[in-house]
Design a binder for this molecule. Structure first.
Ligand code: ATP
Length: 129
């Protein structure tokens, strides 16, 4: 709900536009978002090259989406921390470090999933699996 507004919720279309605006802001401010989008593009190109099966494509899309979403949430947490604690504070640092850790944990697990999926697809393409 927007503070001071009469209606409780913006329309579905306006909500989508707010989300789009949030994405554009995060994209322009965060280098990690650009890196992750580039990584997603490489993953899709590699998927076509290795002729992934439909289930593998589904997993790859889910992985790309979850990594990107987690980085957006991380960026939102950093923004709120900067708002409530513009000064140096150990708890502010801790909150940012934990949010960054959440993103890295997901990235490491997704890298593992990618290794298995692309590795298996490569072996299959070479007739080794
Ligand atoms: N207000 C603060 N008080 C204490 N430590 C802070 C504060 N702001 C940032 N830090 C420390 O500096 C680190 C980097 O903070 P910064 O806001 O630059 O994040 P970032 O480098 O943009 O993170 P990411 O790479 O995930 O986007 C934090 O993880 C935290 O350890």
């Amino acid at each position: 709900m927007i503070p001071g507004r009469k209606s409780n919720h913006p329309s579905f279309r306006r909500s989508f536009l707010f989300a789009l605006q949030g994405f554009r802001t995060a994209f322009s401010l965060e280098r990690n978002i650009k890196v992750m989008l580039a990584g997603g593009l490489v993953a899709v190109i590699a998927g076509f090259a290795l002729r992934l099966d439909p289930v593998s494509w589904g997993v790859i899309f889910l992985c790309c989406g979850s990594v990107l979403s987690m980085e957006l949430i991380n960026t939102a947490i950093e923004t709120v921390v900067d708002l409530v604690s513009p000064e140096f504070h150990p708890l502010a640092g801790r909150a940012k470090d934990i949010a960054a850790a959440a993103s890295w944990v997901l990235c490491i697990l997704v890298a593992g999933a990618g290794l298995v999926i692309y590795g298996y697809a490569l072996f299959r393409l070479l007739g080794l699996a």
